[in-house]
Design a protein around this ligand. Structure first.
Ligand SMILES: Cc1ncc(COP(=O)(O)O)c(C=O)c1O
Length: 397
């Protein structure tokens, strides 16, 4: 079926929870995808960083194929032979003692919230039912009822109440606001080290280190949601490393599944994740054999440091190219590594219009919040591909 028919069918048969660009993708390899009409596009969104290693990375596909031929699902009622290696390697990558695998990013966030609350009651001594978690305005941590309870985006939140209590929202980037919000019942501060959906907002220098110090001083857990920012995207394994900060808990997802299966995880030390006892938390699919086989292959790629380095080097080139457009239709550029939020002059075009024009020229990107577009090519992208995408953006502007 060609594009118009496929779009009409999708419109007819699905709930309208997304507003996709009118592109119907049929196959893909590396940084490139092909639509049902045979038109090729450079993928500058990478599944919101779920495709950090590109589409169908040969090593990841091989790991998935090999596992598909052996064992795919056991449930956690039994142990399987892929489980320990994945958890061990990921724990080492994070420098933590324990890992708990889940599936989607939102599940990792939910797990982090539950673990922080339990830690608060059992270790910190917070009175039952009183645990508070500090979060930032303009956050994006997923779509469950608890997570949207502390969203400040009306689209994400409105008409989905009643909301889960126990969250204090402070402005992002302001550690004094966190200091003022901490009470004896605060169990955690939950932050994105770079706010992705908000437009790739990089906090002021010293912010994350300041939050780390406040958490240490007040016996509060620092939870870093690295679901979009982590696993090489910013030029380091974790975005929080840019400030030399180690959180108490990492929340990981997206790229952990290699663009093949949903894999998320929480990583923390025994004094934190160890509060969970048998029967208290779980997921039928979390840590399944296929997920673990792919996840192990992903961690092995990251262990080489090659992708982090590519992101840092090509990211410098991307930002140089984008900064050259400031004053020529671009108002500001933010980000780190191969990740950029580009504010387009709203008098010229909306972010949606830029995304549509880019798609017409064979580059896929997505707008967020009005006139901002997000660029996040696979970390496997070539320099020539980067130049091509930058040239298309320049031509549109
Ligand atoms: C920082 C962050 N946390 C959590 C999530 C939720 O992940 P998922 O869509 O896999 O539930 C996202 C998704 O965009 C995210 O960017």
């Amino acid at each position: 079926m060609r594009t118009p028919g496929a779009l009409a069918d999708a419109e007819r048969w699905t709930a309208h929870n997304y507003h996709p660009l009118p592109v119907v993708i049929a196959d893909a390899e590396g940084a490139w995808v092909t639509d049902v009409d045979g038109k090729r596009y450079l993928d500058f969104l990478s599944g919101y960083s779920a495709l950090n290693f590109g589409h169908r990375h040969p090593g990841l596909v091989a790991a998935a194929h090999a596992q598909l031929d052996r064992l795919t699902l056991t449930s956690r009622a039994f142990v399987h032979d892929q489980f320990a290696e994945f958890c061990h390697r990921l724990a080492d990558l994070c420098g933590k003692e324990l890992v708990l695998p889940m599936n989607t990013g939102a599940e990792a966030v939910e797990t982090g919230i539950k673990v922080a609350r339990k830690w608060g009651y059992q270790v910190k001594g917070v009175p039952d039912g009183q645990a508070e978690i500090i979060v930032a305005a303009d956050n994006f941590h997923g779509r469950t009822t608890t997570i949207i309870s502390f969203s400040t985006d009306p689209d994400a939140r409105n008409d989905f109440g009643p909301y889960t209590p126990g969250f204090t929202i402070v402005p992002y980037g302001d550690s004094d606001a966190i200091a003022a919000a901490i009470t004896p019942n605060t169990v955690a501060v939950l932050l994105e080290p770079i706010q992705g959906e908000a437009g790739v907002l990089v906090p002021p220098a010293g912010y994350l280190a300041g939050v780390r110090q406040l958490c240490t001083d007040n016996n509060v857990l620092f939870i870093a949601d690295e679901i979009q920012s982590g696993l090489g995207r910013t030029g380091k394994t974790f975005a929080i490393e840019h400030e030399g900060v180690v959180p108490d808990m990492y929340l990981l997802g997206k790229a952990l599944g290699g663009g093949i299966v949903p894999v998320s995880a929480v990583a923390a030390n025994k004094d934190v994740l160890g509060v969970l006892k048998p029967g208290e938390h779980g997921s039928t699919f979390g840590g399944n054999p296929l997920a673990c086989a792919v996840g192990t292959a992903v961690v092995k790629l990251l262990e080489t440091g090659e992708f982090q380095q590519r992101s840092a080097e090509l990211g410098a080139k991307l930002h140089e190219g984008l900064n050259a457009l400031v004053g020529r239709g671009v108002l500001a550029v933010r980000g780190r590594g191969l990740w950029a939020g580009v504010d387009i002059d709203s008098e010229r075009m909306t972010g949606r219009q830029v995304s549509e024009k880019l798609a017409a020229r064979g580059v896929l990107a997505k707008d967020t919040h009005g006139s901002t577009i997000r660029l996040a090519p696979p970390l496997t992208v070539t320099e020539a591909d980067l130049d091509h995408a930058l040239a298309q953006l320049a031509a549109i502007l």
